[in-house]
Design a protein around this ligand. Sequence first.
Ligand SMILES: [Zn+2]
Length: 346
Amino acid sequence: MDAHTPGTDRDRRSASSRRDVTTRSRSRRTRRSGRGAAIALAIAAVVVIVAFLGVRIGVGRLFRSSPAASPAARSAAAAQTASAKPAPAPKSAGSTATSDQSSGSSADTSAGPAWRSADPAWMDKYRGKLVDGFKTEPGYKAVALTFDDGPNGETKYVIDTLSKYGGQATFFDTGRKLKMSWAKTQPAIIWKAGFELGNHTQHHTLPDGVSSMWHRSYATDLAEINGPDAFAKYGTGRNTVWLRPMGGMIDATGIKAAVNTNHLVINWTIDSNDSHGGPRTPDYIYDTVTTGIKSGDVVLMHVTHPESMAALPRIAATLNERGFKTVTLSELAQHSTAAITQRIPQ
Ligand SMILES: [Zn+2]
């Protein structure tokens, strides 16, 4: 359903209601015996008003914001509102999104992704840093697989493949793909499966061919972050936690924009090399990911590379055999004592 439909219907109904009233007065002037018809029209008008109120309540529920946020989150939201161009409202009303938020499915009530908390206290440990990976708590053995450049048809495949082992992952989707009509359901699907949706900026690459977060203005950085979050919030009720710039390229201005929009910035400790270098065969990607992998590692892969998709079942099986959980980034961060970081370029 188009988001504008309720308003259009409302206008149409109001116009029809006005026509009904006009018709009714004219009827009274010309024919007293038309009283029965007038009563019928009045009943019809009441029905129209009740239907109109129903539509209004439904729309209000659809766009209701998430639970009360902390002062930090509220100020971040205010900063977004004040300084960023609002992202286009998703055009498909997505009954899936609405039901996913209220369905109370097992995915929603399980220990699940920590990004569901309105104001995760653990975020302070990583705020303002350029995080590559984590030092996990003693006794906690897990890695975070991350899949960039979606959504696409493989998103569901990744969910199904990792779910066989009870695992999850984080998808870094771009706003420009999330805004495509078929993709509007993706945040809700990811959410419902217990996976995490991350922010891979609105445009990924700007016309100069470089990362949309690399040496840009503060205003551009804010817009690049806020774009995908409009779709995340629409489908899941909240913004993303993690931002991954294209190619890992971000400067101090971008980090500042991330802090002020309540995001953490994540790169990776293991590059599968599926987007550059190496023979890029499934065997090669499998070896690159699994050789020497340790708890707290963050693995970079892409849903856009078929070789990675082909290697994924073996990767999942091997990690499972070695006792690694595959978890969302927020889950991994929550069970870590510190971040492995790199210097922030100026
Ligand atoms: Zn990318």
